[in-house]
Design a protein around this ligand. Structure first.
Ligand code: SF4
Length: 299
């Protein structure tokens, strides 16, 4: 399989067929991000021949287990949804050719990738199987989005996700706990809940900000332009997010960046999740949490 560099996928895509449609990120400007820095280029679109070769190989390898068990494919790369709709539909056609039982196709998408598509194209992509996109909105806090260089604001999140709603394409969000900076965590979480409550994410997955020395954010800290939240403030922030969310969804803080895994369905598990967060804030020391993060060599 043509996998280039570290392959990132959301935890809930563990049973999906991982197919490389692109590698790297077209944006490459978020100050906190070091995810695709192991690639020798910023972004590369996989040639169709390469995608077809990978599908053939996957089909051959999966044959003993029954290829019809593949019902979902996840296109790898930081934002394959940036590809032209016609290209994405061609890829869907290839997936159908080799895995006729495949029902849906997911991938990471930037808010700006959705903006590049017309309403008609979004509708065609939905018909071709594109569903449950994962969007790293990170936050609904406009000040943090601008400072970190995300390249869009909260109004764009609202506008583009409403277009997905309209097209019938479901979506999941990634939230980045700690992105607002010291003293602003709760406020950022409230702003995010306010945005999410107007939309229909199926899942919100939370990661915790972990700053590596090769990031732009590390340089900003050295220049005293930005201060990191304490680990306890990050948990206060997460608590504020869960508390203010009033839409049904599955919430998870499960990746390695979260020292203590938390998950549950809202609204049913809201009380339990808030109690767990409260317990952490009360009983786990800042030092212990900082130690965890210091020793986190890789996300
Ligand atoms: S956070 Fe996402 S959009 Fe931003 S640079 Fe990293 S991969 Fe690209």
């Amino acid at each position: 399989m043509h996998y280039t560099g570290t392959i990132w996928r959301p935890p809930y895509e563990a049973s999906s067929l991982l197919l490389q449609a692109a590698a790297g990120c077209t944006h490459h400007k978020c100050k906190f991000c070091t995810l695709y820095s192991d690639l020798p280029f910023e972004f590369r679109m996989s040639p169709l021949e390469e995608i077809e070769t990978d599908l053939k190989e996957a089909k051959a390898q999966l044959k003993p287990w029954g290829q019809d068990r593949i019902s979902r494919t996840f296109l790898t790369g930081a934002n394959p949804f940036v590809l032209k709709a016609s290209r994405l539909i061609e890829i869907a056609g290839f997936i159908q050719k080799y895995f006729p039982g495949n029902k849906t196709i997911g991938c990471f998408s930037r808010i700006t990738d959705i903006a590049l598509k017309t309403d008609e194209e979004l509708s065609e992509l939905q018909k071709a199987g594109y569903d449950a996109l994962t969007i790293g909105i990170e936050t609904g806090d406009d000040e943090a989005l601008a400072f970190m260089g995300k390249g869009y604001g909260s109004e764009d999140i609202l506008a583009q996700c409403r277009r997905l709603d309209e097209a019938g394409i479901r979506y999941n969000f990634f939230y980045l706990t700690g992105i607002s900076g010291r003293g602003k965590g709760k406020q950022g979480a409230q702003a995010t809940a306010h945005i999410c409550n107007q939309l229909h994410p199926q899942i919100i997955g939370a990661s915790m900000l972990t700053i590596y020395p090769d990031s732009g954010l590390y340089q900003e800290i050295q220049k005293e332009n930005w201060q990191e939240e304490s680990e306890i403030e990050k948990y206060e922030e997460l608590k504020a997010l869960v508390k203010h969310l009033d839409i049904p969804l599955w919430f998870g803080a499960l990746g390695a960046s979260n020292p203590i895994p938390i998950e549950g369905t809202l609204p049913e598990d809201k009380g339990r999740i808030l109690s767990v967060l409260e317990e952490i804030i009360e009983h786990v020391s800042e030092e212990e949490l900082q130690n965890y993060r210091r020793n986190l060599r890789h996300l």
